[in-house]
Design a binder for this molecule. Sequence first.
Ligand SMILES: [Cu+2]
Length: 177
Amino acid sequence: MVTDRRIPVLGVSLAAAGILLIALGAAFGSSPGSPSSQAGPWGFGPGGMMGFGAANVSSAADPGSSGFVAGTTSAPRVVRIIASNALRFYPDVVTVKAGETVTFEVTTMGMRSHEFMVGPASDVAADMAGTPEVADIAMMQTKSLTYTFNGPGPFAFACHATGHYEAGMRGTITALP
Ligand SMILES: [Cu+2]
C-alpha cells in the first residue's frame, strides 16, 4: 500500500510518531518486562530508530499475569491498542477471560485513519453490519470501544478501512475459561 504520495511525508510522519511514542510511554506508564515491550513492536526493526524499540504501551495485567483483575461492565479492564501507519495493530493478540468486559482504547499512529471492530471472529472477518466498531480514528486520536466477551469465542478484531483488512490489519483474541 505504499503510494507515491506517502513518500514525501514519510519523514514528517516518522518524526510525529516518535514524539507521540514518547508521550505515550510517559502517559501509559512503562512496565519493563511486559510482553508488549519486547521485540521492537513498531515495525522499525530491533532497537528501532529514534528509540522505537524501547517504546511501550502498557495495558492492565492480562489474565494469567499477577495483578490481573477481570473487567466488569461497571469497571472494564483497559486494553490499549496502537493502529499503525503500516496497517498493523499492536498488540495483535489480546488475551481475555471469558465473560469479562474490556474497554479497548485505540490510538492511531501516522497519517492514515483506522477503524476498530471487535466481536465474534466470523462477524469481524465478514465486516458484518452491527458488529461493535469505532471508525475514523484519525492521527494521534484515541477512541474507545467497550465489549463483553460472552461465550468461548473465537473472537477477533480488525480494521475495515478500505484495503486495510486485506493488508493484514487484524488481531486475534484468546478467551480463557
Ligand atoms: Cu486501518
